[in-house]
Design a protein around this ligand. Structure first.
Ligand SMILES: NC(=O)c1ccc[n+]([C@@H]2O[C@H](COP(=O)([O-])OP(=O)(O)OC[C@H]3O[C@@H](n4cnc5c(N)ncnc54)[C@H](OP(=O)(O)O)[C@@H]3O)[C@@H](O)[C@H]2O)c1
Length: 257
């Protein structure tokens, strides 16, 4: 069945790559946007607008996974919305983060603004917020495999696998617009200390993990669980399963026997 044409922005990234794989496996016709010239991509830049009109032309849906870590997320969304209007109004599916309106981080504020750009665009849209990806949580605690004593913040995480989020996005894109979709979270809510210990052990080491409180309003928002969706544990792949896969692939500098 090849009937829906879908553009994936950020299709060369971590999540977008998984979305592209999932959609293609489902028989959808997919176009990938990238700023870099590469085989099988449409070249364009959502910051300058270069190439975006032709990338969006003729598609039924856009899964917007491209992101800007320098606070220009809303700018990217505006460029996309403008091009989508000219292209006849495809369904815009935007990936956001659980708690962008609760945790006072600059990147989160920019994503919340981008959500509002899309929601007020007049175009058919779906906003899917997800909890922290496994790779991000692993990176946060990467020091756990090296230091003898590791201080970690006294808070919880609900890590989710990008393949699970990608499966949700691949279902949403060809469907009717859902507006703000229910949050999507990982299968377990775990203390940072447990996650750090798991990272250390996956790296073949045992470390003393010391939970610490951190001053400031951002930490308070995290402690209050602003970034969690405990009532939405839809992800299936656990953090332990992810780490085991990474170890088997030799990505942790250690291979399980
Ligand atoms: N990491 C997490 O824990 C987490 C949790 C929930 C939601 N999210 C959200 O998930 C989304 C995807 O994250 P990710 O980790 O997969 O990102 P990523 O791997 O860092 O990929 C970023 C992508 O954005 C594209 N991009 C950047 N600037 C661009 C521009 N000006 N024009 C066009 N494309 C541009 C890049 O494409 P090229 O370099 O090829 O141009 C790249 O494919 C983000 O919106 C993020 O906020 C992340």
């Amino acid at each position: 069945m090849v009937d829906v044409r879908i553009l994936v922005t950020g299709g060369t990234g971590q999540l977008g790559g998984a979305v592209v794989a999932r959609l293609r496996a489902a028989g959808e016709e997919v176009r990938v946007l990238s700023r870099r010239a590469a085989p099988d991509v449409v070249r364009g830049d959502l910051r300058t607008g270069r190439g975006i009109d032709s990338a969006v032309a003729g598609v039924d849906a856009v899964v917007h996974c491209a992101t800007d870590y320098l606070g220009r997320e809303a700018e990217l969304a505006r460029t996309l919305v403008e091009a989508a209007r000219w292209a006849g109004g495809p369904h815009l599916v935007y990936v956001s983060i659980v708690g962008v309106d609760r945790v006072p981080l600059g990147y989160y504020r920019a994503k919340h603004e981008a959500e509002q750009v899309i929601a007020s665009s007049g175009l058919p849209y779906t906003i899917q917020r997800a909890t922290q990806f496994h790779a991000l949580v692993r990176t946060l605690f990467a020091g756990a495999s090296r230091l003898p004593v590791l201080p970690v913040p006294r808070l919880l995480f609900q890590p989710v696998d990008v393949r699970d989020v990608a499966a949700r996005l691949a279902d949403l894109a060809p469907a009717d617009p859902a507006g703000r979709a229910p949050d999507f979270g990982g299968p377990e809510v775990l203390a940072a200390a447990e996650l750090a210990q798991a990272v250390a052990e996956a790296g073949g080491r045992r470390r003393r993990i010391v939970p610490v409180s951190v001053p400031g309003e951002t930490f308070r928002a995290y402690t209050a669980g602003g970034h969690l969706a405990p009532e939405h544990r839809e992800g299936k792949i656990t953090f332990a399963e992810y780490l085991a896969e990474q170890a088997d692939a030799g990505a942790l500098g250690y291979r399980r026997r």
